[in-house]
Design a protein around this ligand. Structure first.
Ligand code: SAM
Length: 244
């Protein structure tokens, strides 16, 4: 059964290209996902169609009002069963990680709520099951963040990408970054492909890749490396000659 994803946004049109191309587009065509878009503006409570107002207490920018957001979300939640797990895209949320993407991919239904302007009236929080941030920076709207979540989740669904092993070997799947990859030609501007990848010895290649993944993670992401070492019995697995 397709994973139903509802997007609640002010800019439904921003998703047009995204939903029709690449892995997400293919998953959409193959009915692995079923995406619906709802415009918060359709739930405006005034004749001007506005959904935002100035903040109480003063300050710059506009704040999305509770009324239209509650109405839009309640409408969307009533469109299908089960009720969707409501994810608010927010720079104040839980950081998106591969582990969280795996968790979201296992949900029967997702509702993604994208903000704009200065964000939401605080009183929309009771609607929300989870707040997710795609990084420590501020976007002008939650649409791009919703696309990031949809992409990360969709590629984990069975049948979404060519070979399921490629998901299993990717960066973060075992808490490590991926090993370096090469393709033809063997030589490019004086740069050659490591000899070990050309000799057809699959066990040697596996060990080389495992070592490269560890070294790369150790150098580039000491935080991930420390967590990996901790998980492997609180010792540097390379010292013990282990493979991941
Ligand atoms: N004033 C808010 C604050 O400081 O927390 C930021 C509002 S931001 C300009 C507008 C909208 O973009 C947010 O409501 C949220 O939906 C989205 N957004 C911005 N940065 C994001 C991030 N890092 N991750 C996820 N969503 C983000």
């Amino acid at each position: 059964m397709a994973l139903r994803i509802d997007i609640v946004t002010l800019f439904v049109e921003m998703f047009d290209g995204f939903l029709s191309a690449g892995v997400v587009g293919r998953a959409n065509q193959r009915h692995l996902i079923e995406v619906h878009r709802t415009n918060i503006r359709d739930f405006s409570t005034n004749k001007y169609g506005s959904v935002d107002d100035a903040p109480f207490g003063g300050g710059v920018g506009m704040v999305l009002q509770c009324g239209p957001v509650y109405a839009a979300v309640e409408h969307v939640q009533g469109l299908a069963s089960p009720r969707g797990h409501l994810v608010l895209l927010s720079p104040q949320g839980q950081p998106l990680t591969q582990a969280l993407a795996v968790e979201l991919a296992a949900m029967p239904r997702l509702v993604l709520l994208a903000g704009h302007y200065e964000g939401f009236d605080e009183r929309i929080r009771p609607l929300v099951d989870r707040e997710v941030s795609i990084g420590d920076f501020v976007l002008s709207g939650g649409e791009v963040a919703a696309m990031v979540v949809i992409d990360a989740v969709t590629r984990l669904l069975p049948g979404a990408i060519g070979k399921e092993e490629s998901v299993e070997e990717e960066s973060f799947s075992d808490g490590l970054l991926e090993y370096p990859q090469y393709t033809r030609p063997r030589e490019f501007r004086g740069l050659s492909v490591p000899e070990i990848l050309l000799n057809g010895d699959h066990e040697k290649i596996r060990l080389w890749r495992a070592e490269q993944a560890k070294e790369r993670t150790r150098q580039r992401r000491p935080d991930l490396w420390a967590a990996y070492v901790k998980r492997h019995n609180d010792k540097d697995p390379r010292d013990a000659g282990e493979t991941p």
